[in-house]
Design a protein around this ligand. Structure first.
Ligand code: DOR
Ligand code: ZN
Length: 428
């Protein structure tokens, strides 16, 4: 038995829409066309003229399991992801225990197998326990299925350690995915060092805290030939360094978050910890540079850095609350509303940044809409107007600065390997 989704609009390379039907069988797309062949027992789904996209991919998600289940679990995080239109996500290793050995990674894969709604590819850590002291056994971790290596949440502090890590990771043909932050420049900051930190008398994190480490690392990537991917780029200097490195032929790629694209420090009108994330919201010029970087290909794609925390933790105020905001259930709608509807980018560009590009950058076998590809699909109602309400999130996290924002566009149906994993209530 196959599944046919009829009456859906494909977004062509020139951004034009084309009505089509897609047939899937055994988890794979078997036909795309005006009128696909139908077997007598095929299940038919009416796509109601909505836009069909390869399922979204988010390479930067904190699922918190093991050890942080009060904030999120593999089950709740992947349910939230499915609702946001995601079919593949990569889970960050700042959990307890840290996946820095094959036993923990084996355990994680078992939990994913049992409880995940969508595909989850776990990262392993660069250093044991994310402590920045000893390197993890990366060969063992690759054999156990590590997607790539990262110490997300903290930067790698010495050039020597990054050099050693890149040499090993290059030999394994995987990527170093870097959270860039020089500890000697954090200055106990809780937000960007700029106009708002001054006005609020809060400690600031200077832009160089990030860019200095990227500048070091692109040279190490050049020396080792390692694929070096920069997490959540936030400053204009970082964009410039990455742009120059790409021009020099260095194997560097980068991501940006929806919040860094849509907000800047001036949006923080009160000391509200739902605006507290790391890296912080920077200045207007930084936000503009991030968008320019995405448009000219310096930044390759968008990732959410979905970082759920409990309401109790976030209620501790700007100085004491943990860094991080959730993003999986709002990313598409926010970006569609503010970038596509406002004609800053095309729908085709946005869908590429949410699915095609991350797959290309990491050589994943998903992220394309063609015969023979995995049937991971997202159906988008681009006319739906709705209001973000954090209390309807499937994530355990409620920590978003976008609560009560009016948006247009909603993922209404998410399909993984030909099976429906999420269906919007009003759509059914
Ligand atoms: O805002 C953040 N939250 N940035 C990070 O680097 C870590 C993350 C978390 O784990 O909460
Ligand atoms: Zn992160």
């Amino acid at each position: 038995m196959g599944v046919i989704i009829k009456n859906v609009n494909q977004v062509l390379f020139n951004n034009e829409l084309e009505l089509c039907q897609i047939r899937m069988s055994n988890g794979v797309i078997t036909e795309i066309g005006k009128n696909v062949k139908q077997a007598h027992d095929d299940k038919i789904i009416d796509g109601k003229g909505h836009v069909i996209s390869p399922g979204f991919i988010d390479v930067h998600v904190h699922l918190r399991e093991p050890g942080g289940e009060a904030k999120e679990s593999i089950a709740t995080g992947t349910n939230a992801a499915a609702k946001g239109g995601y079919t593949t996500i990569c889970s960050m290793p700042n959990t307890n225990p840290v996946p820095d050995n094959h036993q923990t990674l084996d355990w994680l894969y078992e939990r994913i197998q049992k409880t995940a709604k969508i595909n989850v590819l776990p990262y392993a850590s660069i250093t044991k326990g994310l402590k920045g002291e000893e390197l993890s056994n990366m060969k063992e971790l690759k054999d156990a299925g590590a997607f790539a290596f990262t110490d997300d949440g903290v930067g790698i502090q010495t050039a020597d350690q990054m050099l050693q890590a890149m040499e090993i990771v290059a030999s394994l043909d995987l990527a170093v995915v870097a959270h860039c932050e020089d500890n000697s420049l954090i200055h106990s900051g809780v937000m960007h060092e700029g106009l708002t930190s001054e006005r609020m008398h809060l400690k600031g994190i200077p832009s160089v805290c990030e860019s200095v480490q990227i500048a070091r690392d692109v040279l190490l990537a050049e020396a080792t030939g390692c694929h070096y991917h920069v997490c959540h780029v936030s400053t204009k200097e970082s964009v410039r360094v990455i742009r120059d490195a790409k021009r020099a032929g260095i194997r560097v790629t980068a991501e940006v978050t929806p919040h860094h694209l849509l907000l800047d420090e001036s949006d923080i009108t009160e000391a509200n910890s739902n605006y507290k994330m790391n890296p912080p919201l920077r200045a207007k010029e930084d936000q503009q540079a991030l968008l320019a970087g995405l448009l000219d290909g310096t930044i390759d794609f968008i990732a959410t850095d979905h970082a759920p925390h409990t309401e109790e933790e976030k209620a501790r105020g700007m100085n004491d609350a943990p860094f991080g905001i959730v993003g999986l259930e709002t990313a598409f709608s926010l970006l569609y509303t503010h970038l596509v509807k406002n004609k800053i980018v095309t729908l085709k560009q946005l869908l590429d940044w949410l699915s095609v590009k991350p797959a290309q950058v990491f050589g994943m076998e998903v992220g394309s809409l063609k015969v023979g590809a995995k049937a991971d699909l997202t159906l988008l109602d681009i006319t739906k107007e709705w209001c973000i309400d954090k209390d309807t999130f499937l994530s355990k996290g409620r920590n978003t600065p976008f609560d009560k924002w009016e948006v247009t566009g909603k993922p209404v149906l998410t399909i993984v390997a030909g099976e429906i994993v999420f269906e919007e209530d009003y759509y059914v």
